[in-house]
Design a protein around this ligand. Structure first.
Ligand SMILES: *[C@@H]1O[C@H](CO)[C@@H](O)[C@H](O)[C@H]1NC(C)=O
Ligand SMILES: *[C@@H]1O[C@H](CO)[C@@H](O)[C@H](O)[C@H]1NC(C)=O
Ligand SMILES: *[C@@H]1O[C@H](CO)[C@@H](O)[C@H](O)[C@H]1NC(C)=O
Length: 513
C-alpha cells in the first residue's frame, strides 16, 4: 500500500521504487532544515516497511557514512538508531554497519563523533557484549575505546538494555570461583533500575541531535556509600573449613584477579568471594593478613579495569576490607587510594562514584596518617572533579580522625586547605571552607594563623559560611589572635551541633580538651 509524503515541497509516493531515491534521501538527511531531515528519515524508515528487509535499505545507505556533508553522516547514524528502535537488531547485519560507526567515532566533526557513539551504544543495547568485542578489535585509540566502553557500561548499568537476557553472555552467570550461582555480577549490586525509556528512541523523531550533546541521565549508575554498605554482605555464603581451605581460596582469587585475560565476570566474582570470606570470618585467621598483602596488585589491576563491574566490585571489596579490618587495612589502603583517585574524573558515573565511595569509607575506617599526603597531593589536580572531592575528603577526615593521627601532617593540611579556599572553582572553595572548620577543631592556632594570612575577601566568605551554618562563634580579628584558642573551643562546640551526623569524633575532640 503506497503512502504519500510531503517531502521538500514534493509529494512522494513511497513504495519499492522510492528506494531508488535513497541516495537523494541521504543527501536530504544533511539538509539545513530540521523538517526536511525528519521527513527524509521517516521516508527511509518507510522504505524498510515496503521492501523485503531493512537490511536491503541499509545496503543502499552505506555510502551515507562517508557523505561529504557532515549532517548526512550524522543523519545516517541517527537513522540507524531509529531503525534499531523500530525493528530491533534481528533484521540487520550489524557486523557490516559497526565498522562504519567505528570510523565515524574519529570524524572531524564533533556532532558526527557524538552521533556515531550514541548509535554504537544503541547497537550495544540491542546486541550486547558481542558489540564490545567487535568494537575492541577495530584498532581504535585506547582513550576513545575507553570512552565508548564507558558509555556501554552506562547503558548497561542504567538498566537501559534492549536485549533479551539470553542473548547476552554478560547477563549470564559464569561458573567461576563463586560457584554455580544464578546471581550474576550485576545482581550483587543493585543499581537503581531506570525504566526502559521509549523516549530514547526520540532519535527517530529528531534527526538533529541538539548540538550532538549527550543528554543521557546524568546520574545513571551513580552509587553512594549506602549502596556499598548493602553490597558488602550481599554475597554468596561460604564456609571456611580450615586455614588450608582459606589459603586455597585466596590463592585462587589472587590468580584470577591478577590476570586480566580471565573473563571479567570471573574476576568480578572473585572479588566478591573475598567479601564472602570476610563475612565467614576470614579476618580471624592470621594467614589472611599475609595473603592480603599479596592481593594489593590484584586490587590495583581490578580498579583500573575497563569493565565497570570489575571496578565496582574492587571498590566495594576494598571498602569492605577497610570496614572490617580498620587500621589493619593500612597497607592495602595506601596502595589502592591513588588508583581510586584516578577513577574520579571518569565520565562514567558508576566508575567515578565507586571511587569516591570507596575512598570515603576507607577514610572513615582506616585512620592511617600516610593517607593524608596521598589526598593532599591531589588537591592541586588539574581535574576540577578531583579537587572538589579532595577537600570533601579532607573535611571528612578532619571530622572522623583523632588529632594524634593528624599531627604529623598539620602543615600540609593547612597549606592544602588554604589553597582550596582560594581555588579557582567555587564548589572546591565551598568544600575547602568546610574543611577549614574541621581543621580549626583540631589545630586552632594553626587555623587562626591561616585565617589571618588570607585576603579580607576570603576571610569574609569564611565568616559568612560560619553564619550560614548557624553558629554565632566569631573568628579572630588579626589583632587578637592570642585569645583565639579559647574561642575556638567554644566555636567548635557550637559547630558540632550543626553537624550532628558526623559529630562523633568531633565531640570526643571537644571533650578531650
Ligand atoms: C549450574 O547451573 C546451571 C544453570 O543454572 C544448571 O543447569 C547446572 O545443573 C548447574 N550445575 C551444577 C554443578 O550445579
Ligand atoms: C593524584 O596525585 C598523584 C601524585 O601527585 C598524581 O600522580 C595523580 O595523577 C593524581 N591523580 C589525579 C586523578 O589527579
Ligand atoms: C568559652 O568557654 C570557656 C570555658 O569552656 C568559658 O569560660 C567562656 O566563657 C566561653 N566563652 C564564650 C564566649 O562562650
Amino acid at each position: 500500500m503506497p503512502s504519500c509524503f510531503l517531502f521538500g515541497g514534493i509529494v512522494l509516493v513511497a513504495h519499492e521504487t522510492s528506494c531508488y531515491v535513497l541516495p537523494a534521501l541521504v543527501d536530504r538527511l544533511g539538509d539545513g532544515k530540521d523538517q526536511v531531515r525528519e521527513n527524509s528519515q521517516a521516508l527511509i524508515l518507510r522504505c524498510m516497511e515496503q521492501t523485503a528487509s531493512p537490511m536491503y535499505v541499509w545496503e543502499r545507505l552505506l555510502p551515507g557514512f562517508k557523505h561529504k556533508n557532515f549532517r548526512s553522516r550524522e543523519g545516517v547514524c541517527l537513522c540507524l538508531s531509529a531503525t534499531l528502535n523500530m525493528y530491533g537488531a534481528q533484521p540487520l547485519s550489524l557486523s557490516k554497519l559497526v565498522p562504519h560507526l567505528c570510523s565515524l567515532t574519529g570524524d572531524q566533526n564533533p556532532q558526527v563523533r557524538e552521533a556515531s557513539i550514541t548509535t554504537l551504544v544503541d547497537v550495544y543495547r540491542h546486541v550486547g557484549e558481542r558489540v564490545r568485542a567487535d568494537v575492541g578489535k577495530r584498532g581504535l585509540p585506547a582513550a576513545r575505546l575507553q570512552t565508548i566502553f564507558a558509555r556501554f557500561d552506562e547503558a548497561l548499568n542504567s538498566g537501559n538494555m534492549a536485549l533479551s537476557p539470553s542473548h547476552d553472555r554478560s547477563f549470564e552467570d559464569d561458573d567461576s570461583v563463586d560457584g554455580n550461582r544464578s546471581s550474576s555480577a550485576q545482581a550483587a549490586f543493585k543499581v537503581p533500575k531506570v525504566p526502559k525509556k521509549p523516549a530514547e528512541s526520540s532519535t527517530a523523531r529528531r534527526p538533529s541531535a541538539t548540538g550532538g550533546k549527550l543528554v543521557s541521565k546524568e546520574s545513571a549508575g551513580a552509587v553512594d556509600e549506602d549502596d556499598f554498605i548493602k553490597a558488602f554482605t550481599d554475597v554468596p555464603t561460604v564456609q571456611i573449613y580450615s586455614t588450608r581451605d582459606l589459603e586455597d581460596n585466596l590463592n585462587k582469587i589472587r590468580e584470577v584477579c591478577s590476570d586480566d585475560k580471565h573473563d571479567w565476570d570471573q574476576r568480578a566474582s572473585a572479588l566478591k568471594k573475598i567479601r564472602s570470606l570476610l563475612v565467614a570470618g576470614a579476618a580471624n585467621y592470621d594467614c589472611f593478613y599475609q595473603h592480603l598483602r599479596l592481593l594489593d596488585g590484584a586490587f590495583k589491576l581490578s580498579a583500573k579495569d575497563l569493565r565497570s563491574q570489575v571496578v565496582r566490585e574492587a571498590c566495594i571489596t576494598v571498602a569492605h576490607l577497610s570496614l572490617v579490618l580498620g587500621n589493619k587495612f593500612d597497607h592495602g589502603a595506601e596502595a589502592i587510594v591513588p588508583v581510586l583517585f584516578n577513577l574520579i574524573p571518569n565520565c562514567a558515573k558508576v566508575m567515578a562514584t565507586s571511587g569516591v565511595s570507596a575512598i570515603r569509607i576507607i577514610i572513615r575506617h582506616t585512620h592511617v596518617p600516610r593517607l593524608i599526603p596521598l589526598i593532599t597531593s591531589n588537591c592541586t589536580s588539574k581535574s576540577v572533579a578531583v579537587r572538589r572531592r579532595c577537600y570533601d575528603f579532607l573535611d571528612l577526615l578532619l571530622q572522623e580522625w583523632q588529632t594524634h593521627s593528624l599531627e604529623r601532617h598539620t602543615a600540609v593540611l593547612v597549606e592544602s586547605i588554604k589553597k582550596g579556599i582560594r581555588d579557582a572553582d567555587s564548589e572546591a572553595r565551598v568544600e575547602a571552607r568546610k574543611a577549614y572548620w574541621g581543621l580549626r577543631n583540631h589545630f586552632p592556632a594553626e587555623a587562626d594563623a591561616l585565617y589571618n594570612s588570607l585576603e579580607s575577601s576570603y576571610q569574609r566568605t569564611l565568616q559568612s559560611y560560619l553564619k550560614s551554618s548557624g553558629s554565632v562563634a566569631s573568628l579572630p580579628q588579626s589583632d587578637r589572635s592570642s585569645s583565639s584558642s579559647q574561642e575556638s573551643l567554644n566555636a567548635s562546640d557550637k559547630t558540632d551541633g550543626t553537624r550532628s551526623d558526623n559529630g562523633r569524633v568531633r565531640t570526643k575532640q571537644v571533650l578531650r580538651r
